[in-house]
Write a protein that binds this ligand. Structure first.
Ligand code: ATP
Length: 337
């Protein structure tokens, strides 16, 4: 794996200016992806995952806006790029398999033509025959029979439709693939098969991938690293095995302990309380009013995301330089302020 990141997100802030107030949907988000790397983005509904995906593609629409930060694709800074240049990058260098993609297929158009249409949009200067060849290659890459190219969406199963959507997204060999819950509408077996195909395809292309979802189990099987989002903030980031075996942030701990396990049959352990509206967050750490380990300091300001173990970061006052600290230690610090 090459060491230079293909995608670098630096201090990204995204806001929606709504009638109910300012929704701070992404705050100080920092994330880097190397070519070939798989990063998962998990968090409850409304935590800002799709916003981050749309910001990377520069597809945040009013009342939303990228309020600060930078997004680098290789050596190109995307937030300041003209819309014209961004249109060339979108779908070609960075491509997205959106949420509910299979319902967005055009019902009256053959699959092959839908793949070719994306290429025409990007004006690649290819002949029709060359584009047809690439479309067939994309179908093969998603392990679909090339005959599927001549079919209409209603002739395909859910899994095939989802593969067709992936074929549309990857036909131009993107450097970064963003997959927003790509298999949530499928049964578990089909889900696993489609994810395996996506994984093989991504390895072959050497693209980086951001997989968005709620399903920690699915994430564990697929990604190298995982970022945990809550109320617009990144709470934890690390290698999947480190985050699962030693979650640092109490929010991540609760998220993992709420996973259903056979030996915990019948017990449902959720996260107490509900996510507050993003226009009405508690002062201090956004999770403090639901956090079972909250201390006085947690009500002062949002803790920064810091590295507490090698390549394992958390935004939490419970740790200082990787060492778990006591409430007394922090209360002294608050009193001293
Ligand atoms: N177009 C919009 N206008 C106003 N607020 C928005 C808009 N899009 C998203 N938001 C708000 O931004 C916050 C983050 O939403 P986002 O869709 O990014 O979360 P998510 O984690 O992807 O959720 P889900 O898992 O349900 O897709 C939410 O509070 C949401 O209400």
């Amino acid at each position: 794996m090459s060491e230079k990141p293909i995608l670098r997100i630096k201090d990204l802030d995204v806001r929606y200016y709504t009638d109910a107030g300012i929704v701070r949907a992404n705050n100080q988000i920092n994330l880097e992806l190397k070519p070939g790397e798989r990063v998962g983005l998990v968090g409850e509904s409304g935590s800002g995952k799709s916003t981050l995906a749309l910001a990377i593609l520069r597809m945040i629409k009013p009342p939303g806006t990228i309020a600060g930060g930078e997004i680098w694709l290789d050596d190109i800074e995307l937030t300041r790029l003209s819309e014209e240049r961004m249109r060339q990058i979108r779908g070609k260098d960075i491509s997205m398999v959106p949420q509910g993609a299979m319902n967005s297929l055009n019902p009256v158009m053959r699959i092959k033509d839908q793949i070719i249409d994306t290429m025409i949009d990007h004006d690649l200067g290819l002949s029709r025959a060359e584009m047809e060849e690439l479309a067939i290659e994309a179908l093969r890459a998603t392990e679909l029979d090339p005959k599927v190219g001549n079919m209409y969406p209603h002739e395909l199963s859910g899994g095939m439709k989802q593969r067709a959507c992936i074929a549309i997204s990857v036909a131009m060999n993107p450097k970064v693939i963003i997959a927003d819950e790509p298999t949530s509408a499928l049964d578990v077996i089909t889900q696993r098969q489609v994810m395996e195909t996506l994984g093989r395809l991504q390895e072959r292309l050497g693209s980086a991938i951001i997989l968005i979802g709620h399903d920690m189990g699915l994430m564990a099987q697929f990604v190298d690293r995982i970022a945990v989002m809550y109320a617009g903030w990144m709470m934890e980031l690390g290698k999947i095995e480190d985050v699962f075996t030693n979650p640092l942030n109490p929010y991540t701990q609760l998220l993992i302990s709420s996973l259903p396990l056979l030996d915990r049959r019948g017990e449902f352990s959720g996260i107490p309380g509900i996510t507050p509206p993003l226009t009405d967050l508690p002062p201090g750490c956004v999770f403090n009013d639901r956090c079972p380990q909250a201390m006085a300091v947690c009500r002062t300001a949002m803790p920064p995301l810091r590295e507490h173990e090698p390549e394992h970061l958390a935004a939490c006052y419970l740790y200082e330089n990787g060492i778990k600290v006591t409430e007394e230690r922090h209360d002294e610090a608050v009193r001293a302020q």
